[in-house]
Write a new protein. Structure first.
Length: 371
């Protein structure tokens, strides 16, 4: 029996809540039972932060990051030290999510955020002014508008800088003295006016490897960060579990139970993994598309396929639904990617379709769309 969208009247909440709200119960439970030693300014001990991110079945704490556990431990150690943490990797490898989880567990808040872009101003790193008050009263602390960095320094919390290589070099360099000296001078308020960081302050940055060369970080700022590379999920079981959880949460927000069985999900994960790595499960080398075949994109495909199945097909998700939604990912970056996908469909998927119904559904739709 198909599950239809709920007709009950509900008050919609935000499309996406921050991690400290989504996992408030888990964070409270960890804090109550946390007997570990906490660094100054930290809400949880490093062991509890690790449990929050990687999960702890004994305490009913869900795993939220499916990747390299050792990377998580190294990152926690970095955040206890003097240097910032820089998470780099391909798009869709959960760099931002990981930074948000760390900020939520360590500081209790993750909304101190700078979104890097070509137009990111110096005010985002240091401070700005309420010009009406500035004109009326002159320079004063009341007229000063603190940046997210300054707010984090005063409160002893984590601030996140997303896509730092998209910021102009002079904006990036504004972080150098902050990370080194842990101070922001305010000369307008007097010679000795400054904000000094409280214990617990640190910076988590993210950088997209595909954006290298946009605004390359200087060696000076690189020295202020410990770098960790977040790689795509290599374990198919982990990837399937993550996709199922993410899609389930998205569909639940719309009052729908997703009908995505393991066999169809295996087709999705298998196709993404093979196109991502350029190698099939049989060991055959194939041309990799330029498009980012990340787990995040796989989640989007599975979600879209589930919506199509629920609202337009009134049935379970099939390999055909997956193929229809996957083509939009393939066409994002390079016109030649469609030829690479067509070759994959004609030579790899076609053979599997002879014996596997889910791959057959995928092939029947994909071979028409990839022309």
């Amino acid at each position: 029996m198909s599950v239809s969208p709920s007709t009950d009247t509900v008050t919609p909440g935000p499309i996406r809540s921050p991690a400290e709200t989504l996992f408030a119960e888990e964070l409270a439970r960890l804090e109550d039972s946390d007997e570990g030693r906490r660094p100054p300014g930290w809400r949880l001990s490093p062991k509890a932060v690790r449990a929050f991110v990687l999960g702890d079945p004994a305490r009913s704490i869900s795993r939220k990051f499916f990747g390299d556990d050792a990377l998580v431990e190294r990152a926690i150690v970095s955040l206890m030290g003097e240097q910032g943490l820089m998470l780099v990797g391909e798009p869709g490898t959960a760099k931002s999510m990981l930074g948000e989880l760390f900020a939520s567990a360590i500081s209790g808040v993750s909304d101190l955020l700078i979104q890097g872009s070509a137009s990111t101003p110096d005010d985002a790193i240091r401070y700005g002014w309420n010009y009406a008050l500035l004109i009326a009263e002159g320079p004063s602390r009341r007229a000063l508008i603190p940046s997210p960095v300054m707010q984090a320094m005063e409160a002893g919390q984590i601030v996140r800088v997303e896509e730092i290589t998209r910021c102009p070099p002079e904006i990036q360099d504004g972080l150098i003295s902050i990370l080194s000296e842990k101070v922001v001078a305010i000369p307008e308020l007097g010679r000795n006016a400054a904000i000094r960081a409280a214990p617990g302050f640190n910076v988590i940055g993210t950088a997209n490897l595909r954006d290298r060369g946009v605004n390359e970080m200087s060696s000076a700022i690189k020295r202020r960060f410990n770098f960790e590379t977040v790689r795509p999920i290599a374990d198919r079981d982990y990837e399937m579990q993550l996709i199922r959880e993410r899609v389930g949460a998205r569909m639940a927000a719309q009052g729908i139970e997703p009908r995505l069985d393991d066999h169809v999900l295996d087709v999705l994960v298998g196709a993404f993994s093979e196109l991502r790595t350029g190698r099939t499960s049989e060991g055959v080398t194939i041309d990799r598309p330029v498009a980012v075949m990340s787990t995040a994109e796989a989640v989007n495909v599975a979600h879209s396929a589930s919506l199509e199945a629920a609202f337009l097909s009134d049935g379970p998700v099939t390999g055909g639904h997956i193929a229809r939604q996957m083509v939009g990912i393939i066409l994002k970056d390079d016109d030649n990617d469609i030829a690479r996908f067509r070759s994959y469909v004609d030579h790899v998927v076609k053979e599997r379709a002879r014996a596997d119904p889910a791959w057959r559904d995928f092939h029947e739709v994909a071979r028409t769309l990839a022309r």
